[in-house]
Every structure is written in C-alpha cells, then in structure tokens.
Design a binder for this molecule. Structure first.
Ligand SMILES: Nc1ncnc2c1ncn2[C@@H]1O[C@H](COP(=O)(O)OP(=O)(O)OP(=O)(O)O)[C@@H](O)[C@H]1O
Length: 255
C-alpha cells in the first residue's frame, strides 16, 4: 500500500502550518522528512496517520495493506511510549490484544518481531531493566507486530545518545534489508536522513512547503558518512536547511 498526499494544507485557527504538500510514500521505501523546528513535521505525520484531518487536500491509501496487517498505519515515537509495568512481550502484545487472534498466532507474531529486533532473550524483562536503545527496539517490535503498511516514525532516535543512535540506525537498516518495511521518518538529524532515506523531503520553515525532494539511490548498506557521495548529499541538505533554520530560530526567539 502506498500513501499519497495530495495538495494538503493545514492550519490551526489562523496559524498556517503546512501548505500545498504533494508527496508519495511508496511501498518498501523510507521517506525522511526534515525541516526547521515548528515547520509542521509532526503535524504532517498526524495527518498521514489520520489522527487529524487536513484543512485542505487529502491523504490517500493506495492499494491494499500487506497480508495479515491488523493496522495499516502505526506510530513509533521519540519517547518509546512503553508501559513500565508490562514486560517486553507484554508491551508488544498490547497492540495485538484487541484483535481476537488465536493464541498461536499471537505467539508467532511476538516471537517473530522479537527475533527481528534481537530481543528474544529479553521478552520477560520490564522497561526499567532495558537501555534506551533496547526500549526503542521494543517500540519498533510492537509497531511491526501488527504488520503495518506504513510505519510513521516521529524522531525515533532523538532521545538516545549518539553511539546508541548509530547502533539503532544499523539495526533499522538490517531490519529493512531482511524485510522491507515502508516508513515516513521525521528527523532533525541530517545524518539519519542520508543514512536511512530513499527520499529526503526538505520542508521550509512554517508554513511548511516542500522545498525539495532529494532521491538517494545508493543501497542503505553502503551508506556511511565517510562515503563522499553521502557526505556531499548531507552538505547539500544542510545548505538548504541553513537559512530556513536560522530564520525559524529567530522567529521562535522573538515570539
Ligand atoms: N494541536 C495544535 N493546536 C495548535 N497549534 C498546534 C497544534 N499542534 C501543533 N501546533 C503548532 O503548529 C506548528 C507546527 O508544529 P509541529 O509540532 O508539527 O512542528 P515540528 O516541525 O514537528 O516541530 P519540531 O521540529 O520542533 O518538533 C507549531 O507552531 C505548533 O505550535
């Protein structure tokens, strides 16, 4: 299933947040969205997921969700959003419980996603026993357990220290290489965008309009920042962001 955003604009009262967004998220691709603070990235994600309706335009789901999908769109948040009193498997099963699945299917789904996120040995652990990176892996496992068509990821690595972020990026690439998922991935971090994005959407400051969509054809496994092509794309993104970010900072400081 693809997501197609057509002519989307959004405002809160008299605050114009997003304007004339046209975007396609195709099956099997990771689309990163970058842009200065307050330009409407999280709002765009909520509109994609149907948590809010756009003031104008539409978000279309094109085609069928994958077989066995319990939920076509599912979120992964920066703060993990785990229930502290539930174990790893309990946090994953939480999103499966309302679906009347046979016990064997529930177990198969939990075992599959814990294996894919390398958490099988930690299924009885509770969140306070886990590192930040492992907590986010639980959140990713939980999101994948419903076999979503599109993962909506809102700065999933930004609460983590830089080494953990690197490791989790490797994990995400590995996960994608083994079973291609589709994602819209919001980030402030240009290094993440060039490592993970098949497309990088650059939004202007508010009201967010698409300044550019940069396609990166290089396989995810070959990308690293010592690769000159990747470094050059990151530099190109930074130059696009720089003026917008500086202007947005001034506006926020003035308000
Ligand atoms: N429910 C809401 N009601 C009113 N204004 C809102 C609401 N949600 C967001 N906004 C405003 O819309 C603008 C865009 O917010 P949003 O969180 O989408 O930006 P963002 O690009 O994700 O920001 P950041 O990078 O800082 O997380 C901001 O000015 C914010 O204050």
């Amino acid at each position: 299933m693809d997501l197609r955003v057509e002519n989307l604009s959004h405002r809160y009262d008299d605050l114009d947040v997003l304007r004339d967004i046209d975007l396609e998220i195709k099956t099997g691709e990771i689309v990163c969205v970058i842009g200065p603070s307050g330009c409407g990235k999280s709002t765009l994600l909520r509109l994609l997921g149907g948590l809010e309706q756009p003031s104008e335009g539409q978000v279309l789901q094109v085609g069928e969700p994958p077989a066995g999908s319990l939920n076509p769109l599912t979120y992964v948040f920066q703060d993990f959003a785990l229930l502290p009193w539930r174990s790893v498997e309990g946090n994953v099963s939480l999103v499966l419980e309302g679906h009347n699945l046979p016990a064997e299917e529930m177990e198969a789904r939990i075992a599959d996603v814990l294996s894919r996120t390398r958490l099988s040995d930690f299924r009885k652990a509770v969140p306070k026993q886990l590192s930040g990176g492992m907590k986010q892996r639980v959140a990713i496992a939980r999101a994948l357990s419903v076999n979503p068509a599109v993962l909506l990821m809102d700065e999933p690595l930004s609460a983590l220290d830089s080494q953990t972020r690197e490791l989790l990026m490797d994990d995400l690439i590995d996960l994608w290489e083994r079973e291609k998922f589709t994602a819209c991935y919001i980030t402030h971090n240009l290094a993440e965008a060039v490592r993970l994005g098949h497309k990088v959407v650059v939004l202007s400051r508010r009201p967010g309009v698409i300044r550019e969509i940069v396609h990166i054809d290089m396989p995810l496994t070959e990308r690293n920042l010592s690769n000159p092509q990747i470094a050059a794309i990151q530099q190109q993104l930074w130059e696009m962001m720089r003026a917008e970010a500086a202007a947005a900072d001034t506006e926020l400081a003035d308000s």
